[in-house]
Design a binder for this molecule. Structure first.
Ligand code: 2AM
Length: 186
């Protein structure tokens, strides 16, 4: 496990890392728009759960619970793009995924593992998406101005064979994500 043990709390999240080739393709589709900050290509991921600050002492127990998850591998297909909170006030620009019951079951098991460790979770329901970019302040343009649905045609489906516990360290340039441990799907 790669973990900075000097810290008393670590900021954690659990995510599916997407294949490097797909990250490169997503990176190549970018258009520079003032105020829009693209997620660094290497950090593009699908969040299963965001934990926030967790006591360092609890990380081994969490990793133990996560390693007991049994879930089959599956494929994900891209489906549409959108914005949070909505297309007219874009703050987060995302790419969606076709519904995949095995993804939802995996996310439920991850949440159960987190709760079993006594770590509180946000009550927001799981909404599968991959964040591509964020606006610092909501711009006056509409999401449709920069999200071209045709680019989805260039994105192949991808296989999910593992999920990862990540540490997220915030520095002056943004978040730095470091994988702590990978968990294989069957
Ligand atoms: P998202 O972009 O897929 O929504 C790591 O910080 C990841 O955790 C973020 O990329 C974000 O995933 C997710 N996340 C969910 N809630 C968060 C929060 N309150 N603060 C930071 N990240 C959060």
């Amino acid at each position: 496990m790669v973990l900075n043990r000097n810290l008393t709390v670590v900021r954690l999240f659990i995510a599916i890392d997407i294949p490097d080739e797909l990250k490169r393709t997503l990176g190549s589709l970018r258009v520079e728009i003032p105020g829009l900050r693209w997620v660094p290509t290497s950090q593009i991921h699908l969040t299963l759960a965001f934990l926030g600050d967790v006591e360092n002492a609890g990380v081994d127990q969490l990793a133990g619970e996560l390693s007991r998850i049994h879930s089959p591998a599956f494929k994900l297909r891209f489906a549409g793009t959108g914005c949070f909170p909505d297309r007219r006030r874009p703050r987060v620009v995302w790419i969606g995924l076709e519904p995949e019951p095995r993804l939802r079951v995996l996310a439920d098991k991850v949440r159960a593992a987190i709760l079993a460790c006594g770590i509180p979770l946000e009550t927001r329901p799981f909404s599968p998406h991959i964040t591509l970019a964020r606006f610092k302040a909501a711009p006056s343009c509409d999401c449709d101005d920069f999200l071209d649905p045709r680019f989805l045609l260039r994105l192949p489906p991808f296989s999910v064979r593992e999920f990862t516990l990540f540490q997220s360290r915030l520095d002056s340039h943004g978040a730095v994500h470091t994988p702590i441990k990978h968990f294989q799907l069957q």
